[in-house]
Design a protein. Structure first.
Length: 123
């Protein structure tokens, strides 16, 4: 008998694998904990929330933004202002935030093939 996973469970597994890959080379034990679901719960939640934007935006261009591949210092500062973390914590986890950003971008859906309205030519 085959057990089927719910769509939410599949999405979480993909998010975990996406984040774990960021740690495979440098921190394999952390990657293992992420895959096992025993760490990085907030990061996984952020990745899932980012990926969920696709379901709200649909095929429309409205609601989408282009973002840099690497987060800018201003973007990281905005994040830290929202968390209320101390300066010491910020410097300690700055690299983690860059990894989380990379994982969220990796989970970004590709635009629909017919995203360009009929009669328009994308350049």
């Amino acid at each position: 008998m085959t057990t089927r996973q719910t769509p939410d469970a599949v999405r979480e597994a993909v998010a975990r694998e996406t984040l774990a890959k960021q740690y495979d080379a440098s921190m394999p034990s952390r990657a293992a904990h992420i895959r096992a679901g025993t760490s990085d719960h907030k990061a996984i939640d952020a990745i899932l929330a980012f990926a969920a934007l696709d379901s709200r935006a649909g095929d429309a261009r409205e609601g989408w933004k282009l973002v840099p591949v690497e987060p800018t210092e201003a973007m990281l500062d905005a994040y830290w202002k929202q968390t209320g973390e101390s300066k010491e914590m910020r410097s300690r986890t700055h690299a983690y935030m860059r990894r989380y950003w990379s994982a969220m971008l990796a989970a970004t859906p590709a635009p629909a093939v017919d995203a360009v309205p009929a009669g328009e030519v994308e350049q």
